[in-house]
Write a protein that binds this ligand. Structure first.
Ligand SMILES: [Cu+2]
Length: 469
């Protein structure tokens, strides 16, 4: 098994940290009223020491000079007010991935707002109805802006927080850099667009190459994983588990019935999972990534140390399901009578559907570069009435993976027996895969539907749907 240090070639280094020291800086909101959290996010270039000592700082674009950006934490039901300041050399915006919010706060230039110009500002203000693990990033020239480092975690805590000793977030990202730490700037090159996207050569946990973690045990840990890569997929397997256990408790922010982790955890760009881990004082386990079998590597090794008592007293206590979020359910009667909408994905390398005006298409239409144009003149892929339930027939006719993300809604896979899978906002379609998902249109507006491989999005794999009241 290759370790992440081997994998990163000359970027070897002793990289050992206590698990908690590597959590992203939490942005402490200035509370103006009891339930409104107010903060400022400034996007600007910054030099960040990503590689080990002796390498150059990497020139990135960051929120508040941090990579990843500061973790925003609010309580479920809180109102979040973010003053966004754009100090980048190009227009930008912020999209709040997975948050169900009013359409004009969704952060999609050309569709829900004007781009925020260099030197400009925009105030986002919305309630956070659902608890869970979410994230934020620009939605303008996304392949370059996220590829340069504009990513951050948004955690909405339950009204009654889960008893744990450590509530940790790992923002998983990758960068394409040379051995000196210089960023490869060939964003949206045609090869990346037509193939698997921009996959970096250095995988980072919270912007760090650290891969060994120690934690006082025994303890119960909530570990929130966010796949914030442009294109890299993860297939995470626990290895050499000793005096430790892990349960999956939430997917894309939304609770599921807790299940012991026995198989690989698939994470595609945009997706999140929450794990609940019990780690004894002498416990340990590794996390390997097998998404690309010939390049499997060890993402992290976690080890308990010490003989301290579990402070929360939660260690090895019964794991109960988190309370459901207030998502209006899809009634089975509504599901049976729901309209079917086909969404057929074509294009990419090795396809006859690759065209000059766009490498990828949804239903034969490529919505390409939206940097300059207004999207309103383009027709929505489908229109829904407020409250309408719809079945989307997703079909991937390409030879490539596509994690499809819908804004403004959560959806559920319709299984063969007509039961519904867990709520998701991003779902991975394998090459050739067909899948039906059901959703209820609950917020009026124009909502993006796109591949979260950002190079695919950039070259045609996006569209939108409208919800009319
Ligand atoms: Cu894609």
């Amino acid at each position: 098994m290759t370790t992440r240090r081997d994998f990163m070639g000359q970027w070897a280094g002793i990289a050992l940290a206590s698990l908690s020291s590597l959590t992203p800086t939490t942005l402490l909101a200035i509370t103006q009223t009891p339930d409104v959290q107010t903060l400022t996010l400034t996007a600007r270039p910054a030099a960040i020491q990503v590689g080990p000592d002796g390498t150059q700082p990497t020139q990135l674009w960051c929120f508040n000079g941090q990579f990843p950006g500061p973790e925003i934490r609010v309580r479920q039901g809180d109102r979040l007010r973010v003053r966004f300041v754009n100090q980048l050399p190009q227009p930008s915006s912020i999209h709040w991935h997975g948050i169900r919010l009013p359409n004009n706060m969704d952060g999609v230039p050309g569709l829900t707002q004007d781009p925020v110009p260099p030197g400009g500002e925009f105030v986002y203000e919305f309630d956070c109805p659902d608890a869970g693990t979410f994230w934020y990033h620009p939605h303008f020239n996304s392949a370059e802006q996220l590829g340069r480092g504009l990513i951050g975690a948004l955690v909405v805590e339950e009204k009654a927080p889960l008893a744990v000793d450590h509530d940790l977030t790992w923002v998983l990202s990758d960068l394409r850099v040379d051995t000196q730490g210089r960023l490869n700037e060939s964003f949206t090159n045609r090869h990346d667009q037509a193939h698997a996207g921009r996959i970096g050569n250095v995988v980072l946990i919270n912007g760090s190459i650290t891969d060994r973690f120690m934690l006082p045990g025994p303890s119960r840990i909530r570990l929130r994983l966010i796949a914030a890569t442009n294109a890299r997929l993860f297939e995470l397997r626990l290895k050499d588990v000793k005096n430790a256990s892990a349960h999956l408790i939430a997917i894309d922010g939304h609770p599921i019935a807790p299940q012991a982790v026995s198989e690989a955890i698939d994470l595609a760009p945009g997706q999140r999972v929450d794990l609940l881990i019990d780690l004894d004082a002498n416990g340990s386990f590794g996390i390997e990534d097998h998404a690309y079998p010939r390049n499997a590597y060890k993402l992290a090794e976690i080890r308990g140390v010490g003989t301290q008592q579990s402070v929360s007293k939660a260690y090895k206590t019964k794991i109960t399901r988190l309370p459901n979020n207030p998502v209006p359910p899809v009634a089975s009667t509504a599901l049976q009578t729901a309209r079917s909408v086909p969404l057929v994905i074509t294009g990419g390398a090795m396809s006859r559907a690759m065209r000059a005006d766009g490498i990828w298409q949804i239903n034969g239409h490529a919505m390409t570069d939206h940097r300059k144009e207004d999207l309103h003149h383009m027709k929505p892929n489908f229109k829904l009435r407020l409250g309408e339930v719809v079945q989307l027939q997703l079909e991937n006719q390409t030879a490539w993976f596509h994690p499809m993300h819908l804004h403004g809604v959560v959806f559920q896979q319709v299984m063969a027996d007509q039961t519904l899978g867990p709520y998701r906002d991003t779902i991975l379609l394998s090459p050739g895969q067909k899948m039906t998902v059901a959703m209820r249109a609950d917020i009026p507006g124009l909502w993006m539907i796109h591949c979260h491989v950002l190079e695919h999005q950039h070259s045609g794999l996006m569209g939108y749907f409208s919800v009319e009241s």
